[in-house]
Design a protein around this ligand. Structure first.
Ligand code: HEC
Length: 120
């Protein structure tokens, strides 16, 4: 039986997070701040408060939230592949390790990966 995957298992690639950083710089930082560390018009997407809000949900849940609700002033305008990249970037700024595999682009596969605030 396959081991359950968590965000601590190296489930996104460095390249993908780098691509996501470009997306974040243009589409998210205006509200969420540089490095998504918090801005005047958006909460920080880094650190304990953010992680405890998403603890025990899945990467698919986070992906779905961003796809449907962000950017807050123009929801639903992001391309799914950009949302996957920006999700990888969010994991990277939260010190989750990158790995050899890129984050999958299928929502069902993303929903198999659990977000855990603390490293198990
Ligand atoms: C116009 C400002 C704005 C932009 C641009 C924006 N956001 Fe947000 N974002 C917000 C606000 C405000 C909230 C809080 C929403 C709420 O509580 O309903 C939020 C909430 C979030 C959350 C949930 C935070 C939590 O603590 O649970 C995530 C994840 C997120 N945004 C990701 C993104 C990403 C990724 C982008 C870029 C693609 C983006 N946002 C662009 C304003 C923005």
């Amino acid at each position: 039986m396959a081991q359950p995957q968590t965000v601590w298992g190296g489930i996104y690639s460095e390249t993908q997070a780098f691509r996501g950083e470009k997306v974040a710089d243009t589409m998210c930082s205006g509200c969420h701040g540089a490095g998504l560390a918090g801005g005047d018009s958006g909460p920080k997407l880094v650190g304990d408060d953010f992680l405890s809000a998403w603890n025990a949900t899945s990467v698919g849940d986070l992906y779905g939230y961003i796809l449907e609700k962000m950017p807050h002033d123009a929801p639903g305008t992001l391309k799914p592949e950009d949302v996957v990249s920006v999700t990888a970037y969010i994991l990277s700024v939260n010190n989750m390790p990158s790995g050899r595999q890129a984050l999958p682009t299928e929502p069902e596969a993303l929903s198999q990966i659990t977000i855990l605030a603390a490293k198990p």
